[in-house]
Design a protein around this ligand. Structure first.
Ligand SMILES: Cc1cc2nc3c(=O)[nH]c(=O)nc-3n(C[C@H](O)[C@H](O)[C@H](O)COP(=O)(O)OP(=O)(O)OC[C@H]3O[C@@H](n4cnc5c(N)ncnc54)[C@H](O)[C@@H]3O)c2cc1C
Ligand code: FES
Ligand code: FES
Length: 1336
């Protein structure tokens, strides 16, 4: 068989949502995601990362197997599914599940009604994962449900409400922890609360839910069944622009093809080849798809094991192993069990459903979770090439530990034999990853020992590691040396040394984490040693005593459980009208549309005639002169229209908002990696990206290159002004204190990771230089201003529209303005509509994030725990342009006291100017960093004085009428209430005792608990930044069109504004519609930032509605029995204007930095969080066990939305403080450019028990309806997990007699935890690590 045999291309036939698709020109390079979105205009399936890591693009694939007559449904990531792999299958997208036009499916309905969507961008993916599970298991278990969602990321909700919705489909009810007593907390809530308060725990009403009716689902297309049954299978050919896809039916055909094209890869799941082609610049002109070849799909149970075809999906392998384990005696299934353990956490379900066993093995990645265990277990590979078949041990392909090329290019893997385990044989697999689920491992291992019969004498030992080199490695020498030894302490000691000698990475190894990986390598063996000792005891407890009791728990891995949660809030007064929605848990106004995929984001807007696509070309140097830009090759690319540079900007290319400019296109010099140098516009995004890669830029590197805060300090590189806050007399106070200590905390940056990447559609209107801009931004007025300035036109020609934003968190203000300018300049030059949708990698590279932070402090304290003096310096890494860095530094100063009275204080804040992409606003805006530093030295005082951290917190907490270091007065009563309630609700003291007890009884696992208070000042520092306006129209049919200056970022602002308008106009919410935020309806609106959106826009909406009601009042008075429609009709007939604007001047806030005094804030939010964790001292892994939050947010306008904000922010805080790590090369290139390298919290990271209570009877005279702005505050409370981890580590260190004071930086990752839990294994490590990646 050769390519010549393929006269023409085949038609690709498949179904999408019950509709037959015949694609005559199927391009092998096209993935299903772009096909659905661009070709079929099904935009419900979203792009979040393009690499299989986020689940936003999840669809359901259904296949029919004629032999068994079975239909199989599985979820898959459309971004990695080549359309050519879909021949004969049925695809279901979110549109096929349900819609507002036909029927909303129960999954969609429940996700929306349980408040499971905020920005809604992840929601269609969530719907599809759950829907697919329900198609296979209409009553799933909670484990199946959490597993189904492991591959779906959400950046907004903190997952709790999503899981709440999902639980309603599960067989068992998992509503709260009291379930253990068969009594649900919801059934006896009166036990939990003070009977005086009218408390509610219901955020939705399950009675409203439609039942799940499996008979209502789309059927598998009968035509596809007929095709599968009747049509003889034949080789399929698809030819694209650059690539050919061949799908043979018989093994011999494939072997012939492989012989002719040995370099062409086989594509099964495309989970390796796909990302390599997309992100690694790899290209294959020919690929083979072996999925239809029966030999590669074989499943055979033999006397000595299982033979599985190489094309079997990992999910199928999982099912087969599970089935075999349930049928065979335990002795025979130890290998199956170990492989199954790895498969549980390998990728997400969407990956496992398509990824093949053969692909995992043959690609020989060092991150393969299967190869170490399969190699250690003596699995065999059945290989074939033309005219030749052979069987080799799998371990052979790693013979030297560096990847021997023992599988020839023309050879293919047909099947894998996994043997039964034998008597006296013990097998285990281990892995440690940056996140427990859906994350490639940092290191893993497979180990097997066979003893001489009836003894503990090693007959055969096999140890393989992943993560240590470029492929799986074999500790061959070690195994050989230890053969014949007894399984005892001496053997362990020698084994550890031998393993390190043979396997350990050198300090210079690429990928970093060298010491950690080396520690894991020996720790894994130790764990194996313990496991085997324990098993030997089971065999003969007289001869083998097993392991000490306190070691036992380390043999249990942390599991993801369906979290139990409860949300408590004060119900509305009974006298409130049932129609008045204020204070009630109203569903997000777009909730149902999020869940049906009908909610429109920028890239979902239909294409405009003649539209072009833009791809940016960015700098690859951190600081350099641009010597030349060669665009000649790029311009020759197919479909390329033009290349846009700084010379094409008609007016302003550099914006001087402060000392240094913000720049659209770099002109002569680049100041960071990722700076935009030019942009390609082409007829498709693919062509634009291909051409962008061909632009050649020559640089001359300039000195200095400043990346870190330390380097900025060395070069005195700062943005001005530097700020100082001083109170009392610090120097004098230091002379009278009992003790002084100094310390330093490093807090890493954070990527916003909004699920919708930065997006713009610029449409020139063709006359008067008008341009419509559709932008994913928090600040349309600013975008309008920047674009107008860059084009040199008045702002009244630029119309900026925002319907909704798929998450922002502070990242879509200035950066969105710059990107909109790039697109607008291109649209202006080409006079065509231009669409710019950043890829996830570009977004992460270009747009900056939260400022990395260093806090240096000197603290004076008394032995009774009182703080007397603090002298601190804060440095933030601002990156290459000012953006809002000085403001962030100021806020970090103003909020540094958190909840504590510090009588003598001197604190400086510096914004460092470096050659990193410019950092920007991020939820919390400096507070999460400076307050973490404060909480760190609070904990240090506890260590020094021997008092508990909570005691130090209580002693120093603001108590009565107080004033801040900048002399703003406030009443901290609710701070103390939150603290006390949190103490009580979390049962802190008894749980602390239980934690201590657990720690006494467990050596390798420890628990930790911490409670942290919070004072979160609300305000934007100056009046004009908090002004707001609204526009309300009433139409003659009585319907109301509402708009205001706030942007819907997922925080539910429009829902709340409709609630406000409903109350003020005294009409049902259903009468009121919100269409979009636009500079044409509300000019000069301030950014939706700083928790202020509802406060300020609510006032403006209220004002507009009250104006209208004033006009209507005489008509209502005249006809009090009339209804709304009568009054509106009458008003129109009386020529009463039915349109009004509303305005709010903003809060009177100010700060005088010269005097160090002011009222920069209007009011304060308070809260407290208590978290409990458990750590594994051998790996550094941890589990979040419980979090209790009590938050004072005044009178909530919408408790469901507000609790959602608290939980979502809290989980984002867990990410900041414990997981999310940005890594750069020493040259300043960001390594972490997608969800595969940068881990945000997933379902497995949320606390097993998660309770949020809103403080009751709290009033706030300053904001609408006595509410408080809540968008940001909860993030900081994530640090309760950080301090709980620190508490667990302290317990380890105390037990081991290690130094009492130790530094813990953020994020407190498994790597740091492992290093802090020093033991004999960590001592074995050499300290010669020279970093190959840096944290800044
Ligand atoms: C988001 C994500 C998360 C992941 N997480 C994990 C993880 O946690 N642990 C882990 O181990 N892996 C993980 N992976 C990697 C991946 O899923 C697996 O390694 C997978 O099994 C590869 O199979 P595939 O069918 O998708 O390979 P493909 O991409 O289709 O092919 C991979 C390579 O294998 C070759 N090949 C495939 N089959 C054969 C055969 N029969 N004979 C000869 N050559 C063959 C191909 O020529 C190709 O070069 C992850 C991948 C992604 C995208
Ligand atoms: S877009 Fe497909 S998984 Fe992220
Ligand atoms: S609602 Fe999940 S990402 Fe926004």
């Amino acid at each position: 068989m050769s390519l010549q045999g393929a006269a023409g291309a085949d038609e690709l036939i498949f179904y999408v949502n019950g509709r037959k698709i015949i694609e005559k020109h199927a391009d092998p390079e096209q993935m299903l995601l772009s096909y659905l979105r661009k070709r079929l205009h099904l935009t419900g399936t979203k792009y979040g990362c393009g690499g299989g890591g986020c689940g936003a693009c999840t669809v359901m694939i259904s296949t029919y197997e004629p032999a068994s007559k079975k239909i199989c449904h599985y979820s898959a990531n459309a971004c990695l599914l080549p359309i050519c792999s879909l021949y004969g299958v049925a695809v279901t997208t979110v549109e096929g599940v349900g819609s507002t036009k036909s029927r909303v499916h129960p999954v969609q309905e429940r996700l929306a009604k349980c408040h499971g969507s905020q920005c809604g961008f992840c929601t269609p993916g969530m719907v599809m994962s759950v829907y697919t599970l329900l198609r296979n298991y209409p009553e799933p278990t909670s484990e199946q449900m959490t597993a189904a969602l492991a591959g779906n990321l959400c950046r907004c909700t903190g997952y709790r409400p999503i899981l709440d919705a999902c639980k309603t489909f599960c067989k068992e009810c998992v509503c709260c922890q009291s379930k253990a007593s068969c009594k649900c907390c919801l059934d006896h809530e009166e036990d939990l609360f003070d009977k005086e308060e009218k408390i509610s725990t219901r955020l939705y009403s399950p009675d409203e839910f439609q039942p799940l009716d499996p008979t209502q689902e789309l059927i598998f297309p009968p035509e596809l069944m007929r095709m599968a049954e009747n049509q003889p299978k034949r080789t399929l050919f698809f030819h694209g622009e650059r690539m050919t896809w061949i799908s043979p039916v018989y093994l011999d055909e494939l072997l012939d093809l492989k012989a002719a094209h040995p370099k062409a890869p086989l594509i099964v799941g495309n989970t390796i080849v796909g990302p390599q082609m997309k992100f690694g610049g790899m290209f294959h002109p020919i690929v083979f798809s072996p999925a239809r070849i029966p030999d590669l799909n074989v499943v055979k149970c033999t006397d000595d094991g299982l033979t599985l075809g190489a094309a079997c999906s990992l999910s199928l392998v999982k099912d087969i192993l599970r089935n075999a384990i349930s049928k065979l005696p335990e002795e025979k299934t130890k290998i199956f069990y170990a492989v199954l353990k790895q498969l549980r956490t390998l990728g997400g379900e969407q990956i496992r459903n398509v990824a093949s066993l053969g692909g995992n093995i043959v690609s020989r990645k060092s991150t393969s979770d299967l190869n170490p265990i399969l190699a250690a277990s003596n699995c065999m590979l059945n290989l074939a090439s033309r005219g030749r078949k052979r069987r080799i041990p799998l371990s052979d392909i790693f013979a030297d530990g560096v990847g021997n090329n023992t599988i020839m290019p023309e050879e293919i893997l047909v099947s894998v034999h996994i043997p039964h385990s034998r008597k006296g044989e013990y097998i285990s697999a281990f892995r440690q990853a940056p996140r427990r689920e859906n994350a490639l491992p940092i290191a893993n291992a497979g180990m097997r020992v066979l003893f001489e019969e009836g003894t503990d004498k090693i007959k055969d030992l096999s140890i393989f590691y992943g993560g240590a080199a470029s492929t799986t490695v074999h500790a061959k020498q070690t195994c050989w040396t230890l053969t014949g030894r007894q399984w005892n302490e001496q053997m362990l000691d020698e084994a550890s040394r031998l393993i390190l000698k043979e396997i350990a990475l050198p300090g210079s190894a690429c990928g970093g984490k060298v010491e950690y990986k080396n520690t894991l390598i020996v720790s894994f063996f130790y764990r194996f040693f313990l496991e085997v000792l324990q098993s030997l005891k089971t065999m003969d407890s007289c001869r083998y005593p097993g392991i000490p009791m306190e070691y036992g728990s380390v043999l249990q891995d942390f599991q993801t459980k369906m979290p139990q949660s409860i949300q408590i809030y004060q119900d509305v007064d009974q006298s409130q009208s049932p129609q008045d929605p204020v204070g009630r848990p109203i569903m997000h106004q777009s909730g149902i549309k999020h869940a049906t995929g009908e909610a429109v984001y920028i890239d979902d807007l239909p294409s405009v005639d003649g539209e072009l696509f833009l791809a940016v070309v960015t700098s690859s140097r951190a600081h350099a002169k641009i010597m030349s830009v060669d665009t000649s090759e790029a311009l020759k690319g197919p479909g390329v229209f033009d290349i846009i540079t700084a010379d094409d900007v008609p007016a302003t290319n550099e914006f001087h908002y402060s000392s240094d400019p913000e720049i659209i296109f770099a002109r002569n010099e680049v100041i960071c990696v990722g700076q935009i140098v030019c942009a390609v516009v082409a007829d498709s995004d693919v062509h634009a990206k291909q051409a962008a890669a061909k632009v050649k830029i020559k640089y001359e590197v300039l000195e200095p290159v400043i990346l870190t805060i330390e380097e900025a300090i060395k070069h005195n590189s700062f943005f001005e002004p530097k700020r100082k806050l001083e109170e009392g007399n610090v120097d004098q106070a230091f002379e009278t204190v009992d003790g002084i200590f100094e310390g330093e905390v490093h807090i890493g940056g954070q990527e916003h990771f909004y699920m919708e990447t930065q997006s713009v559609l610029a449409i020139p209107r063709g006359e008067d230089k008008e341009m419509d801009l559709f932008v994913s931004t928090q600040h349309p007025a600013f975008v309008q201003e920047m674009v107008a300035a860059s084009l040199g036109v008045p702002a009244n020609r630029i119309m900026c529209h925002v319907k909704r934003v798929g998450g922002a968190f502070g990242g879509k203000i200035l950066k969105a303005g710059l990107l909109a300018s790039v697109a607008a300049v291109a649209a202006n030059k080409t006079n065509r509509a231009v669409r710019l949708i950043l890829s996830r990698g570009d977004d992460m590279l270009i747009t900056g994030g939260r400022h990395p932070f260093i806090g240096k402090y000197k603290v004076g304290f008394m032995n009774d725990g009182r703080i007397r003096a603090v002298d601190a310096k804060y440095y933030i890494n601002g990156g290459c342009t000012p953006d809002e860095s000085v403001l962030v530094a100021e806020v970090s100063l103003l909020k540094m006291d958190n909840a504590y009275k510090i009588p003598n204080l001197r604190c400086w804040a510096y914004a460092c100017k470096t050659n990193l992409p410019s950092n920007t606003a991020f939820r919390g805006f400096g507070f999460p960093q400076s307050a973490l530093v404060t909480e760190t030295w609070i904990t240090d005082i506890a260590d020094k004085t021997g008092l508990s951290p909570e005691k130090i917190r209580e002693i120093n907490m603001y108590k009565e009428d107080e004033q801040t270091p900048f002399k703003q007065k406030f009443d901290p009563q609710n701070l103390v209430r939150c603290w006390n309630e949190c103490m009580e609700k979390s049962a802190y003291h008894s749980r602390k005792t239980a934690v201590e007890e657990f720690n006494k009884q467990n050596y390798w696992k420890k628990k930790g608990i911490a409670i942290v208070p919070m004072k979160f000042p609300f305000g934007l520092g100056t009046r004009y930044l908090s002004q707001a306006a609204a526009l309300v129209h009433i139409y003659t049919d009585g319907s109301v069109l509402l708009t205001h200056g706030g942007i819907e970022l997922g925080q539910g602002i429009h829902t709340k504004m409709i609630q406000v308008a409903s109350r003020e106009l005294n009409i049902p919410m259903s009468y009121i519609h919100f269409c979009e935020t636009s500079t044409t309806t509300v000019p000069n609106a301030c950014a939706s930032v700083g928790s202020a959106g509802t406060d300020v826009n609510g006032m403006a909406v209220k004002d507009a509605c009250q104006t209208l009601m004033k006009r209507l009042q005489p008509i209502i008075n005249k006809n009090p029995k009339g209804n709304w429609n009568d009054w509106i009709k009458e008003a129109f007939e009386q020529s009463v204007s039915l349109s009004a604007t509303g305005y709010f001047r903003g809060y009177n806030e100010n700060m005088d930095w010269e005097k160090g005094e002011g009222q920069p804030f209007t009011y304060f939010l308070y809260g407290a969080a208590c978290s409990e964790v458990e750590i594994n001292c051998l790996t550094g892994d941890h589990k979040n066990l419980q979090t209790d939050i009590v938050m004072d947010i005044g009178c909530s306008i919408n408790p469901a939305v507000d609790i959602g904000q608290i939980e979502g922010a809290f989980v984002q805080g867990i990410g900041l403080y414990t997981m999310e790590e940005l890594k750069y090369s020493p040259e300043g290139v960001l390594y972490t450019r997608g969800p595969d390298q940068y881990k945000i919290p997933a379902v497995c990271d949320i606390p097993e028990r998660f309770r949020v209570s809103l403080l009751s009877s709290s009033q706030n005279p300053y904001a609408i309806y006595a509410s408080k702005g809540i968008g940001e505050a909860g993030l900081f409370l994530g640090c309760s997990v950080f301090f709980a981890l620190r508490d667990a580590v302290t317990s380890v260190r105390n037990e081991r007699g290690l130094k009492k004071t130790f530094a813990m930086n953020s994020p407190l990752t498994a790597e740091q935890i492992r290093a802090a839990c020093a033991d004999d294994f960590t001592k074995m490590m050499t300290n010669d690590e020279s970093a190959s990646s840096i944290s800044v």
